[in-house]
Ligand binder design. Structure first.
Ligand code: AMP
Length: 199
C-alpha cells in the first residue's frame, strides 16, 4: 500500500511496565509525526497511551482520542489531547477506531489491547476490515501470541492465507516500512474466511 496518513494505535494503560516499552513507544510516536501520520488512540493518559499522546503532542503532531464517556467520568482522559470523541460503549469505541484509518499498530498491552487486536484480525478475516495490522513485538512480548496464531493455522483453524493478515516487527523503526510492504487484502476475504468451506 502507499504511505499511511491515519493510523490507530492500540496500547497499554499500565504504567508499571518495563521502560523498554515506553522507549519503543516514544521512538514510534516520533516516526509517526515525522512522517505526517495522524494518530488515533484510546484517549488515555496513563501507560503507553499516555506516552504516545505526550510524545506526539511534544513533536507537534496530530492525535485523536476515542473513549467511552464512563472513562472520561473517572478522569482517565488525557487532558492535553484536544481532539476527542466520546462514545457510549466500548463496542462503539472499537468500531470508531477502525473508521477512516489506513491501518493499525498494536504495541504491548494487556487484555484491552489484546481484544482490540484480535477483533481487528477477526474483522479482517471476514473482509470487514482490509488495512494492514502491524504488531510491534518489543522484547519478544508477543512471541506467545505469534505462536498461538501460527498454531491455529498449523492445526487448520485458519488457512495459510490468513498468515498474511498481520505483520510482526521487532523494532519501532520497522513499523512504517511494514505498512508499505503489507500484502493487499480485500473484502473478498469473506470467501475463504471459513477454512472448512475451501475446496
Ligand atoms: P490494556 O491493554 O489492558 O491496558 O487496555 C488498553 C485498553 O483498555 C484501552 O484501549 C482502553 O480501552 C482501556 N483502558 C484501560 N484502562 C484505561 C485507562 N486508565 N485509561 C484509558 N483507557 C483504559
Amino acid at each position: 500500500m502507499s504511505d499511511p496518513k491515519r493510523i490507530c494505535v492500540y496500547c497499554a494503560s499500565s504504567s508499571n511496565i518495563n521502560p523498554t516499552y515506553f522507549e519503543a513507544t516514544r521512538v514510534l510516536a516520533r516516526s509517526l509525526v515525522k512522517n505526517g501520520v495522524h494518530v488515533v488512540y484510546g484517549g488515555g493518559k496513563t501507560g503507553l497511551m499516555g506516552t504516545l499522546a505526550d510524545t506526539v503532542l511534544a513533536e507537534g503532531g496530530q492525535i485523536k482520542g476515542i473513549m467511552p464517556r464512563f472513562m472520561n467520568e473517572v478522569e482517565w482522559a488525557h487532558r492535553g489531547v484536544t481532539d476527542f470523541e466520546f462514545t457510549e460503549t466500548m463496542h462503539e469505541r472499537k468500531a470508531k477506531f477502525l473508521e477512516g484509518i489506513d491501518g493499525l499498530i498494536a504495541l504491548a498491552g494487556g487484555s484491552g489491547t489484546l481484544e482490540e487486536l484480535l477483533e481487528a484480525i477477526t474483522l479482517k478475516r471476514l473482509g470487514q476490515f482490509t488495512k494492514p495490522i502491524i504488531i510491534l513485538n518489543t522484547g519478544g512480548y508477543y512471541d506467545p501470541l505469534r505462536e498461538m496464531l501460527e498454531r491455529s493455522v498449523r492445526e487448520q483453524f485458519m488457512s495459510e492465507r490468513h498468515l498474511a493478515m498481520w505483520t510482526f516487527v521487532d523494532t519501532p523503526e520497522e513499523v512504517l516500512p511494514a505498512f508499505v510492504d503489507a500484502p493487499e487484502w480485500s473484502r473478498d476475504a469473506i470467501r475463504f474466511a471459513n477454512h472448512g468451506f475451501e475446496g
